[in-house]
Design a protein around this ligand. Structure first.
Ligand code: HEM
Length: 467
């Protein structure tokens, strides 16, 4: 016997559409969790979605092999663009396994450390822009961190410069990515028959898709015809020259292109949101701000930033982790049940009482999981970076902090993102003092595929030591 999963009643045809605002779903799901508890069900887009919020349930889902990634929603819509990309490929897809095996070493600690000069190169452009901007002008934080993360991933993954800090308009490549992301999100919220009548949207989406593929093809041709000297060991080099350790084969061009586009899509908005939330949390929490500033000063002084010094910035790292806990920018990720590999006839029961059916997707609601009071205590809603210092972090209960997803399908770029965020924070704190542009600003959140602060402006004053 199983217990019915709670949730608001669904209406014929529209299911639970009236219970959520499609532009602000994450907040709505959080409110539903407050009403219905750690597990609840909604009928959306023709399917049941089971939301889970407690560490206990998430731990169970993360540990059981019957739950795998089957793309739904916007990720499914992105399959038109990158069918074989690491992010969009469904569980069991051979192209995913080949790409994953071949690319994993390129995202390993040694490779990521070697990307420090490129990360510093782009961060120094942000420093220059903010220094020239002056202390009285308000910086649009999320826009500039989007420039920073986009240019960093483009430089590190395919040795391409978008020069976003030198222009007001976005480069056509990120513009095309925006069109694709907005299109995928829109398509995921309406029935397919309705999308098929939206000819303008389809023309723009297809045009952007074609542009991305052509651009990536040209980057590959350029690299093959005139490789940089000395050899550049970036992600493109790994994709062109490494062999899959199992099949011994190189990746074919279609797979390389899908993954080049994937890195740009998956690798910039999430980190831009992280840096924006982090800076918001720091400027509104003076004690954490002061400890981080002191750590940067004591460790880096006015000197050059090296990878050895970056690894000493343990409080800064804890602040990044704590920002990801309170404000996970990829707020929801999902898994679907497949037959138990050891016993296909076993129904899938979660928490000893809730039956999960084959057509139901289980979604982990990270903003709620990350504030589970049974793990993080009564002050779970507060920004307290100390709880994420290494000694505390490593004894946290398993699967209570999941901003990067789970298992084999977890984020391949997590080390990249962590290093990028720490480097950018340290380099910016080395040069500037920061404060809210509007002292009365109250955080509001903007949701696209990922979450970012909305309307957050900051002022940056050059610090006396480097005048
Ligand atoms: C997957 C979060 C940065 C590339 C994921 C997933 C999450 C995530 C939650 C799992 C999605 C799912 O299960 O459906 C984040 C966050 C980031 C970040 C919060 C920054 C703060 C990056 C960066 C890159 C990247 C910088 C590329 C350099 C990918 C890829 C996947 C992925 C390729 C798919 C992995 C696979 O299934 O094999 N990310 N990500 N991400 N991420 Fe990230």
């Amino acid at each position: 016997m199983s217990t019915p999963i709670p949730g608001p009643p669904a209406w014929p045809f529209i299911g639970n559409l009236r219970d959520v605002n499609v532009n602000d779903t994450v907040r709505c799901f959080g409110e539903l969790a407050d009403t219905y508890g750690p597990i609840f069900k909604l009928h959306l887009g023709g399917d049941d979605r089971i939301f889970i919020c407690s560490r206990e349930l998430v731990d169970e889902v993360c540990s059981r092999k019957e739950f795998v990634k089957i793309p739904i929603g916007s990720i499914k819509q992105l399959q038109v663009v990158t069918p074989d990309g690491l992010f969009t490929a469904p569980h069991g897809h051979e192209a995913w396994a080949v790409g994953h095996r071949t690319l994993l070493p390129a995202f390993g600690p040694l490779s990521i450390r070697a990307m420090l000069p490129e990360m510093l190169d782009i961060t120094s452009q942000a420093v220059l822009k903010w220094a020239r901007f002056g202390e009285h002008n308000a910086i649009n934080v999320t826009e500039d961190f989007t420039r920073l993360t986009l240019d960093t991933i483009a430089l590190c993954s395919m040795d391409t410069r978008f020069n976003s800090f030198y222009q007001n308009e976005l480069h056509p490549f990120p513009q095309a990515i925006r069109t694709i992301l907005m299109g995928a999100q829109g398509r995921s919220t309406r029935p397919a028959w309705l999308s098929s009548f939206m000819w303008n949207e389809k023309r723009e989406f297809d045009g952007a898709n074609e542009f991305l593929h052509k651009f990536a093809e040209e980057v590959i041709t350029k690299r093959r015809n005139s490789p940089p000297i000395p050899v550049k060991q970036d992600l493109l080099d790994a994709m062109l020259n490494r062999k899959d350790p199992v099949t011994g084969k190189h990746l074919d061009d279609a797979l390389i292109i899908d993954n080049m586009i994937t890195f740009l899509i998956a690798g910039h908005e999430t980190t831009a949101g992280l840096l924006s939330f982090l800076f918001y949390l720091l400027v509104t929490h003076p004690s954490a701000y002061t400890v981080l500033q002191k750590e940067v000063d004591d460790t880096l002084g006015n000197g050059p930033i090296t990878i050895e010094l970056i690894s000493k910035l343990q409080y800064t790292k804890a602040c990044v982790r704590e920002a990801l806990r309170l404000r996970p920018t990829a707020a929801i990720w999902g898994v679907s049940p497949i037959n138990n590999p050891d016993d296909a006839d076993q129904p899938i029961i979660l928490g000893n009482q809730w039956l999960i059916k084959p057509n139901q997707t289980v979604l982990v609601l990270c903003p709620k999981l990350h504030r589970d009071p049974s793990v993080f205590g009564v002050d779970a809603d507060e920004f307290k970076p100390d709880r994420m210092l290494e000694d505390n972090f490593k004894v946290l209960p398993k699967n209570c902090w999941k901003p990067f997803g789970n298992g084999a399908r977890a984020c391949i770029g997590s080390d990249f993102a962590m290093q990028e965020a720490i480097v950018a924070t340290a380099a910016l704190f080395q040069k500037f003092d920061f404060k809210l542009a509007d002292p009365d600003y109250k955080l509001s959140v903007q949701q696209t595929l990922t979450l970012k602060p909305k309307g957050f402006f900051m002022k940056a004053k050059l610090r006396p030591s480097i005048d």
